[in-house]
Design a protein around this ligand. Sequence first.
Ligand code: DHB
Length: 305
Amino acid sequence: MLETEILGMKLSNPLFLAAGILGTTASSMRMVANAGAGGIVTKSFSIEANDGYENPTIVKIEGGVINSVGLASPGVEAKKEELKELNDIRDKTPVIASIYGNSEEVFTDVARQTKDYVDAFELNVSCPHAQCGYGSNIGEDPDLTYNIVKSVTSSIKDVPIIVKLTPNVLDITEIAISVQKAGADGLTLINSLGPGLRIDYKTGHPILNNKFGGIAGPMIKPIALKCVYQTYDAVDIPIFGVGGIKDYKDALEFLYAGASLLQIGTSIMYEGPQIFSKISQDLEAFLEENGYSNVSEIIGLSHRL
Ligand code: DHB
C-alpha cells in the first residue's frame, strides 16, 4: 500500500528523515531506519569540518522551533566513514546526502567524493541564516542556483540530484523551473522559514547564540503546502514535501498537494522516531478505508478535483 519506487529508490514507505535532525552519525541514522523511516536525509555537510554555533542553538516557539546550528558538521572525509557504515541498510532504507557549499566547485567536489555511498544528493541552497555566500543567498537567486545545480548535474551522472528550496522568495516556481532546467531530478520543498528571533523576556537578550535562526515545525505547514501545490503545476520532477508534518492527516495534505515523498524533522523532537511507523500505519489504514490500493493514487489529487 505504501510501497513506491522513485528516482531509482525502492521504498517501503514515502516518509524520510528530514535533513538536520539525527542525521549526523551512522548510529543515529540507523536508529531512525530501524524505527520505520522509508529513507534518510543526512544533516548537511561540506568539504571542511564546521563547528557551527555555540549553544543555545534551538528554542521553542508556538507551533515549532527556531534553530541555528550553523551547519555544524564533520568534513567530507569523516562523513564518508559514517556513510560507509550505512551500506548494509541502503537496500531497504535509501540514504540521501544533504550537502552545502558556497560555490559550484565545492558542491561538485563534495558530491564526487561521496557519490558511491549514497542513493541521492539533496543540495542545501536554502539555509535561511547561513553566512553570506551560503544557503538562501544562493537559493533566492535563480541564476546562482542554476549554475550550482548545473555544475553538479553535469559531473554526477549516476546519482539523482534533488534541490532543497527556500520559501523566502516572491515566486518559488521561478526557482523550481530554473532548477529543473539545470537538470535536477527532484525538489525538496521547503527549507525552514525566516530567519526568526526570540528574546528572553527577563533579560532582554536574544536567546539563540546566533540570535537568528530558521523557523520549523507545524507553524510553517501552510506555507510549505502552498509551495508544493504551486510547484507541482510548474515542473515535471518529483517533489519531497517537508514542513510541519506531525501526523497522517498532515501527510495526506502534502500528498494531495503534489508531493510524491515526504520528510519529517521537527516533529521527531516531540513524538520520537516512532512517529515514522505511527504515520505509516495510520496512512495505510486511511488509504484502505477509502478504497485506494497504493499511495501513488492520491499524489496531486487536489489538482484534479
Ligand atoms: C540550519 C541549516 C538549515 O538548512 C536550516 O534550515 C536550519 C538550520 C543550521 O545548520 O543552522
